[in-house]
Unconditional design. Structure first.
Length: 275
């Protein structure tokens, strides 16, 4: 039986508002979504949250600044620390001061920064799907997926069919059946309210040289056909981190938690329970 999703909004530093949804009871798992037109916590993890609730976890689904139901400021830069600090401020007000972190893409980079620089948040384990921020930002712009994401996002010309195409770019062609009308409409409704600055002015550091500082157990999942964050970056974790395991998937793009939802849920829950 599906659990009810409750939502609250918190005023954080800078005068922004961050929306936090949650469902379930038990140990805390914070799901941190990635970037892209229309992204939100609920849409990025729509195939995962209920399974984690059924396994006995309290699932927290925040919307990052610039996304979902949170504030979407224009005319500012979006450095990684802005995402991290506003998220942590909202989580603290929500009564969440620690837990396991699950992050994909940009969300993976945020999870890493929390583990590295914010000891006030008690990080349990890290589940990272194609995490970003482990190389120089300019290197990501050479990836083929970035070129395919050029669109009318942020302009009146942006339409729902363009939204459908952008979602398809995140996945391997064999995963096209995951692009449902409901998903497209959900993300398009958010995208229409977003500033182009959230993508055009994002600033991410290279946390790669610091991976060895992360002492928490890490589970890294990656699609071999990821066109946004290269699967070769998985080796950075394997070489540097003291407690890490990695799983890769064939015929899978940037969205392991969507394209391989059943496997992602099963393996991630086993990791959280058994390590």
């Amino acid at each position: 039986m599906a659990s009810e999703l409750s939502r609250r909004t918190y005023s954080v530093q800078g005068g922004y508002e961050i929306s936090v949804a949650e469902m379930g009871e038990g140990p805390v798992v914070v799901f941190i979504h990635g970037s892209g037109p229309g992204a939100s916590g609920a849409s990025n993890f729509r195939n995962n949250a209920q399974v984690f609730v059924d396994a006995g976890y309290r699932v927290i689904l925040p919307d990052l600044i610039g996304y979902g139901a949170s504030s979407k400021p224009e005319g500012i830069d979006y450095p990684l620390e802005l995402f991290t600090e506003t998220l942590l401020d909202a989580l603290k007000q929500h009564g969440v001061t620690g837990g396991h972190l699950v992050g994909n893409s940009l969300g993976g980079g945020i999870a890493l920064q929390i583990a590295l620089d914010h000891p006030e948040f008690q990080v349990g384990k890290l589940v990272l799907m194609a995490p970003g921020c482990v190389a120089e930002q300019v290197s990501y712009f050479t990836m083929p997926g970035i070129a395919k994401m050029r669109s009318g996002f942020g302009s009146p010309e942006f339409n729902i069919e363009e939204q459908r195409r952008l979602i398809g770019n995140l996945m391997h062609p064999s995963s096209a059946h995951h692009i449902t009308d409901a998903l497209v409409e959900e993300r398009f409704a958010v995208a229409r309210t977003q500033s182009k600055d959230v993508l055009a002015r994002v600033k991410t550091p290279d946390l790669g040289p610091r991976l060895g500082e992360v002492k928490q157990p890490i589970f890294v999942l990656w699609g071999l056909n990821d066109e946004f964050c290269p699967e070769s970056h998985a080796r950075l974790f394997l070489d540097a981190c003291p407690d890490v395991r990695c799983m890769t998937f064939s015929q899978t793009g940037h969205w392991v938690q969507v394209e391989r939802a059943e496997e992602f849920n099963r393996y991630s829950l086993d990791f959280l329970k058994n390590g």
